[in-house]
Design a protein around this ligand. Structure first.
Ligand code: CP
Ligand code: NVA
Length: 305
């Protein structure tokens, strides 16, 4: 009998309870890390990791996470594979499924990742596409809740570009029940239908071009780089986004106990100042650490352990 593999492609594919269960598992694995209780639930399992774009956190957290769960990894880059010479994504998926037990992929083309998942007979995990970064937002919500309790009913403010990380925050909002205030320049605003979809799903989301308005009463201020992988109009983006820098002044317009998050890598002096990155409200390195724990929660869910 065959059953569908458990893919982790977009937060929108899940209900809130499932995502919460993955985070509960991540928390449990974090607590028993490096103790005999941790066990080796993925012993004998192999994860193939395909990177078409650079990565520090995603690559290392999946690799270490898989090893800590008792499994092994194979690191591949698109250019070194026959994918780079035109082998189709679906043939690649079918072949890899015969060798490995799960595939994690970072590739800008979101549809290609979906295609890979459709053809694969093992779980496929989205390690970032141009359209979403679900693993990051799992770690972010885990971090928020460790610092400030349940995110339900709290306010998260985004100041910056509309990109893959924001898209996953938007998908998370109705599923975790937090308020999301988005500030971007008008020219870079999220597509109206994306916000409308999340609102139909019950999200409390607003958009403004004024970053000060967005951070008012926020429990958490989030930003990301102004130029994401694959963006070609760096100069234009820098000009448009200057006013959205998260600096001390903007942070002081949020709640006094607000935290600051950034998926990293940060471009200090651009989207965030040193003062905020290294300041008392910043939780960015705990957030980066939680990539490891959240990834382990996702892996455990994909493998059903
Ligand atoms: N935040 C994040 O995904 O970082 P990497 O690009 O280093 O994986
Ligand atoms: N928005 C960024 C995230 C990097 C982790 C990018 O896509 O480059």
């Amino acid at each position: 009998m065959t059953h569908s593999p458990r893919h982790f492609i977009d937060l929108a594919d899940f209900g809130g309870a499932d995502l919460k269960a993955i985070l509960d598992k991540a928390g449990a694995l974090k607590r028993v890390r490096r103790t005999p209780e941790a066990g080796k639930p993925l012993a004998g399992k192999v994860l193939a990791m395909i990177f078409e774009r650079p990565s520090t956190r995603t690559r290392v957290s999946f690799d270490v996470g898989m090893r800590e769960l008792g499994g092994e990894t194979i690191m591949l880059t698109g250019a070194e594979m026959q994918l780079g010479r035109g082998e189709t994504i679906s043939d690649t998926a079918k072949v890899l499924s015969r060798y490995v037990d799960a595939i994690m992929i970072r590739m800008l083309d979101h549809n290609a990742v979906r295609e890979l998942a459709e053809a694969a007979t093992v779980p496929v995990i989205n390690g970032l596409t141009k359209l979403s970064h679900p693993c990051q937002i799992m770690a972010d919500i885990m971090t928020f809740e460790e610092k400030k309790g349940s995110i339900r009913g709290k306010t998260v403010a985004w100041a910056g570009d509309t990109n893959n990380v924001l898209a996953s925050w938007i998908q998370a909002a109705p599923r975790f029940g937090f308020k999301l205030n988005i500030a971007t320049p008008e020219e870079l605003a999220p597509r109206r239908e994306i916000i409308a979809l999340a609102q139909r799903e019950g999200a409390d989301i607003s958009w403004t071009s004024d970053p000060y308005q967005a951070v008012e009463r926020a429990d958490c201020v989030v930003t990301d780089c102004w130029v994401s992988m694959g963006d070609e109009d760096a100069g234009r983006r820098h000009n448009l986004l200057k006013a959205y820098q998260v600096n001390k002044q903007l942070m002081s317009a949020a709640n006094s106990d607000a935290i600051f998050m950034h998926c990293l890598p940060a471009h200090r002096g651009e989207e965030v100042t040193d003062e905020v990155m290294d300041g008392p409200q910043s939780v960015v390195f705990d957030e980066a650490e939680n990539r490891l724990h959240a990834q382990k929660g996702v892996l455990a869910w994909c493998f059903g352990v």
